[in-house]
Design a protein around this ligand. Structure first.
Ligand code: SF4
Length: 350
């Protein structure tokens, strides 16, 4: 009880004033929790505000096209989160009458809502005493208990979840969960925790053992896969309008339904000769003449499990090319309507 009381009293004084803290609307809490996964609050705040200005309600999100939703999400990464939110908004409207289920168990049945998000919505919006457990909270719990298992192993997660659910304040699960997340974000930070300012240091085993730096224990991560992208940027002009050819990505990849350019994807570096040869063949099917520009310098783009190195080769066509069905010629001044991976956005900006 002491632990909960001390934590909540600290939270009431020190919590940041964030827009989603003043609402119990499950749509807004859902959006904030999904948007802020893997994203710093300072970066997510602008996205959150723009998103709710454009889609203030579940109904407005469900009525939007996926392209509009992805465009608004552009730059945040982890685009499956946006696709899943859009899908689930429609499902909530069509199957659940526009209402969110009130329990974590039922919420978890919806696409894109995992244990963490379900616990956050159920506790904050419906008062259910289910504890959240994300990386921040796992780190705090591991230090509090000097937890000797990896926090990212299935057995470690299971034990921490049981412990988290024993520790939650059943009378105020909404604030308790947010207080744990806030403590992990502001005080019990990954690199250099502020133990001297910590409201629960008297309960912390790692602190008492002067061994905070040893926790949390983590399993070794595989190094990211290295992958090379060679992009072909086809440009042409008709009646004073400049066009650029985009490719809509299909399949189940992370950039599904976003736009980039025709590309060769390779695990090994290719010679310029091989790249020019491949793209010459492609361009010869377009029924127009073309000249290549220079190959761009390499752009590096880091994803969670991949390091992408991309080079871009421009080809200027003398007239409108005949394009396959996955390609679309877009006037340059209409590019802002298309959801683009950040890598492509960077290239175009430069
Ligand atoms: Fe984290 Fe230090 Fe507080 Fe322990 S005392 S919970 S390590 S900030």
């Amino acid at each position: 009880m002491n632990f909960q009381g001390e934590l909540l009293s600290w939270y009431n004084t020190h919590k940041r004033d964030l827009p989603w803290r003043s609402t119990r609307d499950p749509y807004l809490v859902w959006l904030s929790e999904v948007m802020l996964q893997q994203t710093r609050v300072s970066q997510g705040l602008g996205y959150y505000n723009r998103f709710i200005e454009t889609f203030p309600t579940l109904h407005s999100l469900a009525a939007a096209s996926e392209q509009q939703v992805l465009r608004l999400w552009q730059g945040l990464g982890y685009y499956s989160r946006a696709r899943n939110m859009h899908h689930t908004a429609r499902e909530l409207l069509n199957i659940h009458g526009g209402h969110f289920p009130a329990t974590a168990k039922e919420l978890e049945k919806l696409r894109g809502i995992g244990h963490y998000t379900a616990a956050a919505i159920a506790s904050i919006c419906f008062g259910e005493a289910t504890a959240v457990l994300d990386g921040n909270v796992a780190r705090v719990l591991a230090r509090l208990t000097a937890f000797n298992q990896p926090v990212d192993s299935p057995a470690g997660i299971k034990t921490l979840r049981t412990f988290a659910n024993q520790l939650i304040d059943p009378d105020n699960p909404a604030d308790y969960n947010q207080a744990m997340m806030e403590l992990g974000a502001l005080v019990c930070t990954p690199g250099n925790p502020s133990c001297a300012e910590c409201p629960v240091s008297s309960h912390c085993l790692a602190f008492q053992q002067r061994n905070v730096a040893s926790f949390p224990i983590k399993m070794g991560k595989k190094p990211p896969l290295k992958i090379s992208f060679f992009y072909l940027v086809i440009c042409y002009q008709v009646s004073d309008t400049d066009y650029i050819v985009l490719r809509k990505r299909s399949g189940e990849g992370i950039w599904k339904n976003m736009y980039d350019f025709p590309a060769i994807e390779s695990r090994v570096e290719l010679s310029e000769e091989e790249i020019f040869g491949h793209f010459s063949q492609l361009l010869q099917t377009t029924g127009t003449t073309f000249v290549f520009g220079n190959m761009s310098p390499a752009y590096t783009h880091q994803l969670t499990h991949r390091t992408i190195t991309a080079k871009f080769l421009t080809a200027i066509c003398s007239s409108k090319p005949v394009l396959s069905s996955d390609l679309e010629a877009v006037p340059v001044n209409a590019l802002s309507q298309y959801p683009l991976p950040r890598l492509i956005e960077h290239y175009l900006q430069r």
